[in-house]
Design a protein around this ligand. Structure first.
Ligand SMILES: CC(C)(COP(=O)(O)OP(=O)(O)OC[C@H]1O[C@@H](n2cnc3c(N)ncnc32)[C@H](O)[C@@H]1OP(=O)(O)O)[C@@H](O)C(=O)NCCC(=O)NCCS
Length: 156
């Protein structure tokens, strides 16, 4: 089931992250935790039998720039209009069961109460097809990720 993430979940989140990424260097626990600390209502885990099988890290954001990888999120911009999805991953053993879709639905459901009208993310590892199936559209390539990456947006 999906529930809100808290800082105690970071070890379980890191275990999924290690298995999920091959195109980029995984981010460290400090960088991941900074998202939960700044935007706890926008970060979720999917837990089964006390084990984290998937997670989504997000936060409100502002403007055309992309938050850099491998850097802590120290502060949120003063005024935000975007719900930024920083990272979504599911344990390879638990894929294809709708876990990512469920995490995404829960994440997008927070937008109205935060008065955010658009969601953005950077797609890597060929995931742009997955995001397109959820309505996100490519805005432009991103050149700072060290791998093929696209900024994508979904109007809410
Ligand atoms: C992308 C990811 C989160 C999907 O997790 P999941 O729980 O298997 O997703 P769901 O079960 O909700 O959806 C599965 C559907 O998405 C499709 N899908 C999953 N990954 C895909 C990809 N990279 N490209 C295209 N389609 C993809 C599956 O084919 C399946 O389609 P179907 O329902 O028509 O059969 C998972 O594959 C993952 O963790 N990948 C590695 C991390 C990653 O790339 N994250 C995104 C970075 S931007």
């Amino acid at each position: 089931m999906v529930r809100t993430m808290n800082p105690r979940d970071i070890d379980g989140v890191m275990a999924v992250q290690r298995k999920a990424y091959f195109a980029i260097e995984p981010e460290n626990a400090d960088v991941m935790e900074s998202r939960v600390l700044r935007a706890p209502g926008c970060c979720f885990v999917w837990e089964e039998k006390s084990r984290i099988r998937g997670y989504l890290l997000g936060h409100p954001w502002h403007g055309e720039g992309v938050p850099p990888l491998h850097q802590r999120l120290e502060n949120l911009p003063e005024s935000c209009e975007l719900l930024y999805l920083h990272d979504l991953a599911v344990d390879p053993d638990a894929r294809g069961r709708g876990i990512a879709g469920e995490l995404l639905r829960r994440f997008l459901s927070v937008a109205p109460e935060l008065n955010l009208r658009e969601s953005r993310l950077v797609a890597i590892q060929g995931a742009e097809r997955f995001w397109a199936s959820h309505g996100y559209r490519i805005i432009r390539p991103v050149t700072t990720y060290g791998t093929t990456a696209y900024l994508m947006a979904l109007k809410l």
